[in-house]
Design a protein around this ligand. Structure first.
Ligand SMILES: Cc1ncc(COP(=O)(O)O)c(C=O)c1O
Ligand SMILES: N[C@@H](CCOP(=O)(O)O)C(=O)O
Length: 469
């Protein structure tokens, strides 16, 4: 499998090189040159497979030529063996034909574990084979950071730097990152917002001099391997609900557009998905695009769903690439105009094409709390605020009551006590056993100004197991 850039100017890479990349050298994002497509019969034959076996069937075409089948199978078995639920991603029914896919049974209690547990193991495998060390710089609004640290902490050949917006993640999320010690683990709180952190990561790919020749790898969803792993659970859910013989709809709490883009790819790979609902909080740039063809930058507002406090949505570029007939030059022009003006819209017919599949809704904090309370009272299922946004948007945007609607349950409510408390459900939240002493553990974190050079200087000073690069 070869991967090409959405801006058309970077060299094509194989899976191993795409895993060890982030942004392409032309500033674009890597996507498969040709997406594999499965027949309905083939997908139907996967019914009843264990999660790791299904993961192998879905992802195999993406890694072919880079990772031998036997090694990939073993990596997948280990990856999904660490999840606390035997079904890995269980479905919970809320109402008639309405479901939540619980994606929070991994070690850090968010959907990010599905990809980052795999990514850590793949990096270990590939770097050991190459005898190479890398530096990771990742940006987090709370969940990617801890999942990436957990996924990579045992990697011998990785130094990981995670940037989070100072005082803008929940305390549980912060502690999940800052209480993990190791001379290759570095937490940096940036005095800015998530978009500032994300921009620093992207700017670092553009100018890597500060790394003195060490390779820079991404753990955010700009890394193709993240998206690849997230495709699998759409197949997993649909197969349990009568797919592929019937269509399924999904509602996805959305920020960087990675998770929902994985659903879009699952559909293009042959899985009958009739509708994808983009569910945002008040940081609603994606909703404004889907509802009115306006992708315009705005001010970023803190919300009760902090992981989705994102303005510039990385993976939207991957969708734009497809909407423009995979014309890299057109995407490069659009993205440079967006960089200059902070505004983007597409030709009417391209937007209409997107709207055939995508609907959207922006949900405010009050409605988020109301939904947490309502669902808890009716079903006993305690939703985290991100998932609650997905459930409310699913109910509002649903096209057919006859089609199963699955909301992705992206995080465990215990990570967001403020929202749960505001919802007034009166249920005590208990951290799982492996995190029971989280609030007693010492923390380690460096606070830095919102300044690219200061962050890069910190990385060069500590990038070799805490020593200078
Ligand atoms: C709990 C939670 N829900 C939803 C999202 C949105 O996912 P994406 O950025 O892939 O759209 C995130 C992070 O981005 C998250 O941490
Ligand atoms: N919500 C994320 C933000 C980063 O998104 P990513 O999927 O591109 O890593 C987080 O919790 O960090």
């Amino acid at each position: 499998m070869r991967y090409i850039s959405t801006r058309g100017q970077a060299p094509a890479l194989n899976f191993e090189d795409v895993l060890l990349a982030g942004l392409a050298s032309d500033g674009g994002l890597y996507v498969p040159e040709n997406l594999p497509r499965f027949t309905v019969e083939e997908i139907a034959s996967w019914s009843g497979l264990a999660y790791h076996e299904l993961a192998f069937k879905v992802m195999r075409p993406f890694v072919t030529g880079s990772i031998p089948d036997a090694d990939f199978k073993q990596i997948l078995q280990e990856t999904y063996g660490v999840f606390a639920h035997s079904a890995v991603a269980p479905l919970r029914q809320l109402d008639s034909n309405e479901w939540v896919l619980e994606l929070f049974h991994g070690p850090t209690l968010a959907f990010k574990d599905f990809a980052l547990q795999l990514l850590g193991r793949l990096l270990d495998y590939v770097l050991a084979k190459r005898g190479e060390r890398v530096v990771i710089i990742g940006a987090t609004s709370g969940d990617t950071g801890s999942a990436a640290i957990e996924g990579c902490r045992r990697c011998d050949n990785v130094d990981i730097f995670i940037l989070h917006p100072h005082n803008r993640v929940s305390e549980v999320q912060r502690r999940q990152m800052t209480t993990i010690f190791g001379d290759n683990i570095h937490n940096i709180a940036i005095e800015g917002n998530f978009d500032d952190c994300q921009e620093m990561v992207k700017d670092s790919f553009a100018d890597q001099g500060f790394l003195k020749g060490t390779r820079l790898v991404a753990v955010n969803s700009i890394n193709w391997a993240r998206i690849m792993a997230q495709i699998v659970y759409y197949f997993h859910a649909a197969l349990q609900l009568g797919g592929p013989a019937r269509s399924v709809a999904f509602s996805v709490p959305t920020g960087n557009f990675g998770d929902i883009f994985a659903g879009y790819l699952a559909r293009n790979m042959g899985l009958p998905i009739s509708q994808l609902v983009v569910a945002t909080n008040r940081n609603d740039i994606l909703h404004r695009f889907m509802s009115g063809n306006r992708y315009d930058k705005d001010t970023l507002h803190p919300s009760l769903s902090p992981s989705m406090d994102i303005m510039v949505s990385s993976n939207f570029e991957r969708l734009l690439f497809d909407l423009h007939g995979r014309n890299g030059a057109a995407v490069a022009d659009l993205m440079s105009a967006f960089k200059a003006s902070g505004k983007l819209s597409v030709e009417e017919e391209r937007w209409v094409e997107a709207r055939k599949l995508f609907d959207s809704l922006a949900v405010d904090d009050a409605q988020t709390c109301k939904t947490i309370a309502e669902v808890f009272t009716k079903t006993g299922e305690l939703l985290d605020p991100h998932t609650a946004i997905g459930v409310y948007a699913a109910r509002e945007c649903r096209r057919s009551l006859a089609t199963p609607m699955v909301t992705l349950g992206t995080a465990h409510p215990v990570k967001f006590p403020e929202a749960v408390e505001k919802a007034g459900v009166g249920k005590a939240l208990e951290l799982p056993a492996h995190l029971a002493d989280l609030f007693e553990r010492p923390e380690r974190c460096t606070v830095l100004k919102n300044d690219l050079k200061a962050m890069q200087a910190f990385v060069s000073e500590h990038g070799n197991r805490g020593k200078p690069l």
